[in-house]
Design a protein around this ligand. Structure first.
Ligand code: CTP
Length: 484
């Protein structure tokens, strides 16, 4: 049970309803020993507004005792409500401050409402009419009442007014940017304003087909038109485009890999700090709710001390391959498994070894395995292009194992296993759409709240990733064998 606070006891609560109601119910209560009628309602209640107040007042007037369920941030994230501004504690405090809730509970998972209704003996479930029909299934447990939504006000609108709309530009017009335009629709607080491509006709066509207002083939003109950019151009352009954007005081989110050089990565983060701008590497996995929980579980000590992380990421590719060094399995894919190692092991790298072979038609590596050694743990990544392997991840601990089946990078199911099967645990998380919405939401939230760092994707993660990729590519270029 998740009672956060009970401001008053039931009798006080029943007498403390709005006047028109307390008189009628008050007489009833004095003349009868009937149990109080409990009403339950739910919401995020972000930036509490008049619409919420009117809803709570009318819900309260339906009975004697009002229970208000306030959603947790993680539940909101999993149901696709991204960019909620107030913390859960603030939202709870605001609901309590209305004086209308007799009890505040926390809503943390899908399906919880049925349990709450039964556990609290609620007779009425009330909710705004924007949910009309959606909760009819609760009629099996109590009476469902839809209250007309107050027109002209919403948290979404207030967030936009208070925090402003981020004017965003995108560079590159490949598949990643197509996904981006779809996924960005799920996040509030941004508007895709401009698109850039060196080929003016491509930029124009992309803008037209995605209803984007402006298109540019001059990068500097493009930067002037936006507050922030999503860079999804070929990897060889990343360093130059990120640098130019930061120098123009534009926030940057860039597709993986940020760069293929640790020095360049460090330079770009230093520049971002100097300019007071956000620089974020976009590795979708880093921002998805399941992966964040995976890292937390691994680091919590649940399976003891982590001794090894093994992650595989392969992809069947089509179309022409890119030239070395950008088109190989490591430069294309290694960022994601290296991210998992960086976040879970989180200690300085001692040394590494690789086994790889080149594609027959060009110089790039097609399939590669890299072993990494840390102070008191080891790890490995396996990456391959044009091959399909089981894309799973295993965390080996001193007391148990965490197993994430493929595709682990869209973390949905996490199995925690122990020698005693009775202790095993399974977790399930949603992964909405293509996952990019979680990264976009973090980017927008950082900009709006002037937060230059994200625990989800730290500069040290990007530095670790580019350092390993760079060492691998240097070894490739030297043509040296195995160990480096
Ligand atoms: N509500 C309402 N009138 C409004 C806004 C909300 O009656 N103008 C009701 C909702 O129908 C719901 C409760 O208040 O029953 C909590 O809604 P919540 O989703 O927290 O607020 P919204 O303003 O709808 O939030 P958002 O814009 O983020 O979706």
């Amino acid at each position: 049970m998740y009672i956060v606070s009970v401001g008053r006891n039931h009798t006080e609560g029943a007498l403390d309803v709005p006047e028109h109601h307390s008189q009628s119910r008050g007489i009833q209560l004095m003349n009868t020993t009937q149990a109080p009628v409990k009403v339950i309602t739910y919401g995020t209640f972000d930036m509490l507004h008049e619409g919420h107040l009117r809803l709570l007042r009318r819900a309260k007037a339906l009975g004697d005792y009002l229970i208000v369920g306030v959603t947790t941030s993680s539940y909101d994230e999993t149901r696709g409500k991204l960019n909620v501004r107030d913390s859960m504690m603030t939202r709870i405090a605001n609901v309590q401050a209305t004086g209308l809730a007799d009890e505040v509970i926390i809503e943390d998972y899908e399906g919880q409402k049925i349990n709450d209704i039964q556990q609290h003996g609620a007779e009425i479930f009330a909710i705004g009419s924007d949910w009309l029909g959606k909760f009819d299934y609760l009629n099996d447990f109590c009476k469902v009442i839809y209250l007309e939504r107050t027109a002209g006000v919403s948290s979404t609108q207030l967030r936009a007014e208070k925090l402003g709309i981020v004017r965003l530009g995108i560079t590159g017009t490949g598949s990643a940017t197509n996904w981006f335009t779809d996924e960005a629709l799920k996040v509030s607080g941004l508007e895709i304003e401009s698109v850039f491509n060196t080929d003016a006709a491509i930029a124009r066509d992309f803008a037209k087909s995605n209803s984007i207002q402006n298109h540019f083939s001059d990068y500097d003109d493009f930067l002037v038109s936006v507050d922030a950019v999503f860079i999804a151009s070929p990897a060889q352009s990343h360093y130059r485009q990120i640098k130019r954007a930061l120098e123009s005081d534009v926030h940057v989110m860039c597709e993986r890999p940020l760069t293929l050089s640790q020095e360049e990565t460090a330079e770009l983060y230093a520049l971002a700090t100097e300019r007071g701008k956000v620089l974020l590497e976009e590795i979708k996995t880093a921002y998805c709710p399941g992966f964040i929980r995976l890292v937390a579980l691994a680091r919590s000590g649940l399976v003891g001390t982590v001794k090894c992380v093994d992650a595989t990421y392969t992809r069947l590719t089509e179309g022409p391959r890119m030239n070395a060094p950008f088109g190989g399995s490591v430069s294309q894919l290694a960022s994601t498994p290296l991210l998992a190692i960086s976040k879970i092991i989180d200690s300085p790298l001692q040394d590494m070894q690789a086994a790889t072979y080149p594609h027959p038609d060009d110089a790039v590596d097609e399939f590669s395995r890299i072993n990494l050694r840390f102070d008191s743990s080891i790890s490995s990544i396996t990456v391959g292009l044009g091959v399909e392997s089981e894309g799973h991840l295993t965390v080996t601990g001193t007391r148990g194992t965490i197993y994430v089946p493929g595709p682990w990078w869209q973390t949905t199911d996490i199995f925690v296993r122990f020698p005693e099967p009775s202790r095993n645990q399974t977790f399930h998380f949603p992964f909405a759409g293509d996952g990019l919405r979680y990264a976009i939401a973090e980017f927008v939230s950082m900009i709006q709240n002037n937060r230059l760092n994200s625990y989800k994707m730290r500069p040290k993660d990007s530095l670790f990733i580019s350092g390993v990729i760079e060492a691998f590519l240097q070894r490739q270029a030297r043509g040296t064998s195995d160990s480096f």
